[in-house]
Design a protein around this ligand. Structure first.
Ligand code: AMP
Length: 428
């Protein structure tokens, strides 16, 4: 029998907030992490977005800080949470607001891409929980607007993403200024060697908890592949959006910002309202697009992997891989955007001849064969045959995957940068 939130040791005000949120039972990462964090332990949590990991650290932190009489002084903070993207920072801020609604803690969120003055005003009063992206935080530190010598709890969120995005040096510079005596919580979806090294540097005698989102997500999501020629992908997308995905909330993945924009533009031209979300958009435009998606006002969002990383939108019914990722782990991240917190969802992947090798890599990772939908007018027999050749251990003719990772460091390392560098795969 799973433990209840009460049995994990959460206090009455938090239990009330959880009831308000409608959470009835802890997710596996919460069940494992909450008692350890409450006991003051350092922690490595191997879990990705969608597993409930934000609440797994936010709830016990709220309880610890509310129960102590220490308060942050001017420009100071008691808890620092570092996270790679502005969206994640904002969402973590929202979580603290929701779970802490019956306590009186102050939290502040700082990230780049917006004016710093309102953030400086918030910081000037001191804040119990400071949630920040590394670049903006360093900027503010250098100007003397933040003092981190009172930090008692540090959370490093999505450490592997920090690495991919080139933030590790900034993160290390920030951590170097914190008191050595503190509680540190470290979260990462994957543990490539550089992330393991970092964890060894900054944690003391940590407990490790890990949940297997890959397996659970993969099992919960109804997955299908459509073999299709590259030039027919757009028509197929239209057909799906007007057919079985009609009325749902759809997240479409493209490999580049450029392609995301182009797909969105072409859909709008076909009277299918759609918006692209990626790093080149202003913060205002991203926030507006996300809240329209969240409220259901817009149904179709086209995103790149980096931008989608922080999208926490409930009720996504379909994930469509317009282009398959060259990293099989990325596929698992993508389909995890649907089937959140135990709901079920559908993932549809378009696979052209050159992508058959990616599909093969994905199936090896998930240890599942994807169902093939051949009953559509754009079916490419050539791509399907190439996939069969790969399965038989032969090299199919005419397949030249544009961005296949070198070296096949499955499970160990992730790719280092370059995810957004490739262009022009999809032409219309
Ligand atoms: P996260 O992995 O932190 O991004 O959380 C994923 C989603 O699960 C968020 O939308 C949370 O609001 C939701 N969530 C977190 N914990 C629970 C829970 N115990 N029961 C139901 N939903 C939850």
């Amino acid at each position: 029998m799973e433990k209840t939130f009460r049995e994990l040791g959460l206090s009455e005000p938090l239990l009330r907030a959880l009831r308000d949120e409608g959470y009835t039972e802890p997710t596996p990462i919460q069940a494992q992490a909450i008692p350890l964090v409450l006991a003051g332990r350092d922690l490595i949590g191997v879990a990705q977005t969608g597993t409930g990991k934000t609440a797994a650290f936010a709830m016990p932190i709220i309880q610890i800080l509310s129960g102590s009489d220490r308060r942050a002084t001017k420009w100071g903070a008691l808890c620092l949470i570092l996270t790679p993207t502005r969206e994640l920072a904002a969402q973590i801020g929202d979580s603290f607001k929701a779970y802490g609604r019956h306590e009186r803690l102050k939290h502040a969120v700082v990230f780049g891409g917006v004016g710093q003055n309102p953030q400086v005003r918030l910081l000037s009063r001191g804040t119990d929980v400071l949630i920040a992206t590394p670049g903006r935080l360093l900027d503010l530190m250098e100007q003397g607007f933040v003092k981190l010598d009172g930090v008692e709890i540090l959370v490093l969120d999505e450490a592997d993403r920090m690495l991919d995005m080139g933030f590790i040096r900034d993160v290390k510079r920030i951590i170097a200024t914190l008191p050595k005596k503190r509680q540190t919580l470290f979260f990462s979806a994957t543990m490539p060697s550089e992330v393991v090294r970092l964890s060894r540097e900054i944690l003391t005698n940590p407990k490790e908890v890990s949940v297997a989102p890959s397996a659970t997500t993969v099992e919960l999501v109804d997955q299908k592949v459509y073999f299709v020629q590259r030039d027919d992908k757009f028509e197929l997308l239209k057909q799906i959006l007007r057919g079985n995905a009609h009325g749902g909330k759809v997240l479409v993945f493209a490999r580049t910002k450029h392609n995301a924009d182009r797909i969105a533009r072409n859909l709008v031209r076909e009277n299918i309202p759609a918006e692209a979300i990626h790093g080149n958009k202003s913060q205002g435009a991203r926030t507006a697009a996300l809240s329209a998606f969240r409220s259901g006002k817009s149904r179709v969002v086209i995103a790149t992997d980096l931008a989608a990383r922080g999208i926490d939108v409930d009720g996504i019914t379909h994930v469509i891989n317009f282009e398959l990722p060259n990293e099989p782990e990325t596929y698992v991240h993508r389909i995890g955007r649907t089937a959140r917190a135990g709901a079920s969802g559908a993932a549809v992947s378009f696979c052209d001849l050159d992508e058959t090798i990616y599909l093969h890599d994905i199936e090896k990772l998930t240890r599942q064969k994807m169902a093939v939908d051949e009953k559509h007018q754009y079916h490419s027999q050539k791509a399907q045959d190439a996939k069969k050749e790969l399965e038989a251990g032969r090299t199919p003719h005419g397949v030249s995957p544009p961005h296949r990772r070198q070296g096949g460091n499955r499970g160990g390392g992730r790719f280092h940068g370059g995810g957004q560098r490739n262009r022009g795969h999809y032409r219309r």
